[in-house]
Design a protein. Sequence first.
Lengths: 113, 112
Amino acid sequence: DQQVKQNSPSLSVQEGRISILNCDYTNSMFDYFLWYKKYPAEGPTFLISISSIKDKNEDGRFTVFLNKSAKHLSLHIVPSQPGDSAVYFCAASGGGANSKLTFGKGITLSVRP
Amino acid sequence: KAGVTQTPRYLIKTRGQQVTLSCSPISGHRSVSWYQQTPGQGLQFLFEYFSETQRNKGNFPGRFSGRQFSNSRSEMNVSTLELGDSALYLCASRGQINTEAFFGQGTRLTVV
């Protein structure tokens, strides 16, 4: 049962444009959400997170939006740069038995120069 | 502050053997989690330890086991290796629940 879903396996955007990466979740007990970036043969690197008490969090070029009613979150990267090309994972956690981080399958972002 | 350290980085084992992977978390972090990454499957959760106790366990067979020591260092063991166990094994540490986890570089295990 895939509790965190990233339905698009890949995304290609032009340098300077906005990249929008989407993520859906099914477990209503999740209350903390994160995005990670991963290069091949390396561990994931934390990018940005959001708590369920907020609907938006910004950090430089990265903004995460949370729509609790739709169980949907998205990562916006503006402007996109070639160095942003990587695999992006969405993750979620909650309390108790849901305290572990549950990851989606990832989306490969390619930023064209 | 040193990051999460995993050893070894690369490992080649023969089917049927066993293997032990090691993870040293960030100083002060008491939670250590293990994940398996295979192509197309994302990060599959193996288990999480907190203060030497297993707090959560994923849906992996009993051949996969782990432990955590009093200094928070953790080991993961896989017995009777199968070809399908070939993967990147990642360790992550957290200071508290509902905070970000920091990952090590991973151990690339190849079973031949």
